[in-house]
Design a protein around this ligand. Sequence first.
Ligand code: FAD
Length: 498
Amino acid sequence: MDKAIEYKRNHRFQNWAGTFVCTAERFYQPHTLDELKSILADARAHKKQLRVVGCGHSPSDIAMTTDWMVNLDYLNNVIEVNHEKHEVTVEAGMRLFRLHEILDKEGWAMPNIGSISDQSVAGAIATATHGSSLKHKLISDQVRELTILLADGTERTCSEESDPELFKAACVSLGALGIIIRVKMHVVPAFDLEMTSTVMDFDKVIDLWNSDKLWNSAEYVRVWWFPYSSRCIVARQDRIQSNSKPRTATSVWSWLADSFWGYHAQQIFHYIGRIFPSWLPSFERFVFSRRYGWALGLESHRVDNSYDGMNMDCLYAQYVDEWSLPVPTGAEATIRLRNWLINHDTSPTTGIPDHDPRGIFIHSPIEIRVTKGDEDDAYLSTAYGHDTVYIGVIMYRPYHLPTSYHRYFSAYEGLIHSLGGRPHWAKQHGMGRKELEDKYPELGTWLSVRERVDPEGVFLGEYVRRHLVEEKDVRGVSVANGEAGRMYKVVNRVGDEE
Ligand SMILES: Cc1cc2nc3c(=O)[nH]c(=O)nc-3n(C[C@H](O)[C@H](O)[C@H](O)COP(=O)(O)OP(=O)(O)OC[C@H]3O[C@@H](n4cnc5c(N)ncnc54)[C@H](O)[C@@H]3O)c2cc1C
């Protein structure tokens, strides 16, 4: 059986940002379900862990292993488009960008997605990928039915009606329950998005947020915050009927703003900022004024199809950290972060008096987004129990070079943690089981479902073991501090400077 299915030996795998790398003893890309089942049986016979990897876009080590890795890029067919029930069923290796094109031709679309569409359907679901809308939940919420290949080789189909406990656990599974092989999802009639982007003063954004006039001001709302400019771009999008208005074409001006200033010039400035970090605030203000205009209230408008409108150019390699909070608490967190970063406020009210902001200069924007949430969500939904805001911090890696981020991310995590925040599963964080139990009321249920369907831990993976299973305090070995690789010998961070 070993020789029948091809695999790569000692396969070096790295995530999209190039921030984590591992060498998997075997790397498989099965072409059929039978092949996948054989690989699983073989892994069990060899007592190997099996990690499924999508397109490796998670900015943490969640998809990494030194044992066996399997990727479902060849199991990516559409199984059915059900026009009556507004549902599409696909094999789990389907990438979102391909799904959009297929659905578009049939007159359908996904109602909500994140900033990119490179992800595999199963990968996007597994880590609680979100977009930005208080009218919509996580992408996982679009799932109507899942079929999972369990560790014992059986296929199990679950939904809210059939085995709801497994379904709620598997809708955000972290890849640790089994191999998701088929997904049935809810779709909506294809639509376009009309967007208005406004240059807004930071304090005005906070006022709107606190008076409940920000996140409900359109169906999809995103905020990009530029702290040194004390300005935000507030992007509001509403649905319009597909092709009811001309879609916006790329103009010389938009190329200059987005491609020249937003990408190339910015990358050069980030490169220079590695040597002269205190110049970063001036660079931010300069690029902001060129890209968006400096005057408060300036607006720009555009119309796109739904997926181009929700996606954006995420530029180049980067370190990211993103946590979620209840929407009202998010405003307080944002103010505290501003006070710490810009005003160097280290009073106990910031929640991070032990973190010295002097000498810390950051990249922008800080991205702020929202998602609808309640107690019907998947057990590990980052929006479980309440409407949720996500605050994402970023340090780019110009030309794939390292930049300093440890002190910044560590302070940011301390602040959001002090307010009860939850880390995004796909992103690096330093939370252990004890802290996560406080943050996720259903973590115990998720762990017991996991134990039930995979008692030997074939799908456990080091990330899940480290953060969710072992009772150790992982703050001291935080991935954000770059120590997890040494501790667990699973991954080696690349490009760490500090
Ligand atoms: C540039 C960029 C932009 C992003 N934008 C957003 C955003 O807007 N919103 C957001 O929330 N996130 C965002 N992310 C994070 C991204 O959506 C998640 O990391 C997502 O999980 C990546 O999907 P993937 O296919 O690459 O999965 P991978 O990163 O390869 O794997 C992620 C997890 O999925 C599991 N998995 C994959 N396939 C299967 C399967 N068939 N069965 C079971 N488990 C499986 C893996 O084991 C792993 O645990 C972004 C990431 C990048 C790099």
